[in-house]
Design a protein around this ligand. Structure first.
Ligand SMILES: Cc1cc2nc3c(=O)[nH]c(=O)nc-3n(C[C@H](O)[C@H](O)[C@H](O)COP(=O)(O)OP(=O)(O)OC[C@H]3O[C@@H](n4cnc5c(N)ncnc54)[C@H](O)[C@@H]3O)c2cc1C
Ligand code: FES
Length: 270
């Protein structure tokens, strides 16, 4: 599984807008290149500080949305450390360098007639582009988004634009219904025509473990995983996760190359 050639392109965009969205930030970046053609679920390795070597490593960030006609890439960033904090302080007009698009995206051909998105916290970031891609194929998706509190919800308005409906869950009841986002699946066994054909998931490991324990036997789940990344292109093996092979032998896959999206039943969550 650990094979493949290294192919990626470098780009530089111009930051048009940097907009707070609760505790995260939405960065709209103009990318003037016909060659930049990301797929939903892919990510970019973004350079943090163009004027310094520190921090040296790029940071992996999902393509949250890409408006191909306008050439506008959207990143949604939750500042958690030096790199992300630096990025969210950039002003309009700044140049943002990155390489990609990287990894394997969500399998749109497996959507079926009634796909659902389920996203926790910043896990909603890549789901905007997924909902857009499905909508462009005439498929309206049901979206469940959850977070600890209203300020941690990400991209709700953008998801509403591309989804058939958006159901919100917060643990402290500050928006939508009270509970974790997987509570939205409680009635799934009783659903007939409305049952999801597939679940596209991105969120904390706890959310993915709940999906594994509750719906995986009856509904295909494709999950986007997070991992600490150094190279982002398959060379350092720093992002390896355990996977199940058809024969049952343990193996590893690289989140940056074979992922970040995997069939959930193939992944060993730790
Ligand atoms: C494929 C992929 C897509 C991602 N997409 C997004 C996105 O769209 N928006 C977004 O805000 N974040 C996203 N992330 C997470 C983001 O890459 C990390 O938050 C970022 O690299 C942290 O860098 P930092 O310098 O700010 O923090 P650091 O100073 O490096 O670390 C701060 C804290 O964050 C933790 N951390 C660092 N990197 C990761 C990581 N990769 N996964 C989990 N925890 C980490 C560290 O353990 C530490 O506790 C994505 C990660 C991956 C692997
Ligand atoms: S980050 Fe280096 S192999 Fe994935």
């Amino acid at each position: 599984m650990l094979a493949g050639s290294l192919q990626f392109d470098q780009y530089e965009g111009v930051l048009l807008r940097n907009t707070p969205d609760g505790d995260s930030f939405r960065l709209d970046i103009e990318v003037k290149s016909d060659a930049f053609w990301p797929k939903a679920g892919q990510f970019l390795q973004v350079k943090i500080n163009p004027n310094a070597l520190d921090p040296l490593l790029h940071r992996p960030l999902s393509v949250s949305d890409f408006d191909a006609k306008a050439g506008i890439l959207t990143l949604r960033i939750r500042p958690v450390g030096r790199g992300t904090r630096h990025l969210v302080t950039r002003n309009p007009g700044s140049r943002i360098g990155f390489f990609g698009p990287l990894g394997e995206g969500f399998p749109l051909e497996q959507a079926g007639s009634s796909p659902w998105i389920i996203a926790g916290g910043i896990g909603a970031a890549p789901m905007v582009f997924l909902a857009r891609a499905l909508a462009e194929r005439g498929i309206r998706v049901r979206t469940l988004v959850g977070a600890a509190r209203a300020a941690d919800l990400v991209a709700v308005e953008a998801l509403k634009r591309f989804s058939q409906d958006v159901v919100i869950w917060t643990e402290d009841a500050s928006a939508g219904s009270q509970g974790v986002v997987t509570a939205g699946l409680a009635q799934i066994d009783e659903m007939q025509d409305e049952r999801p054909s597939v679940l596209y998931a991105c969120g904390p490991v706890g959310m993915l473990k709940t999906l594994e324990a509750t719906v995986l036997d009856t509904i295909p789940v494709f999950a986007s995983l997070e991992a600490h990344m150094a190279c982002g292109v398959g060379a350092c093996l720093g992002c390896a996760v355990g996977v199940r092979t058809p024969g049952g032998a343990p193996n590893y896959a690289r989140v940056c190359r074979e992922g970040p999206v995997f069939p959930l039943r193939e992944v060993v969550l730790s």
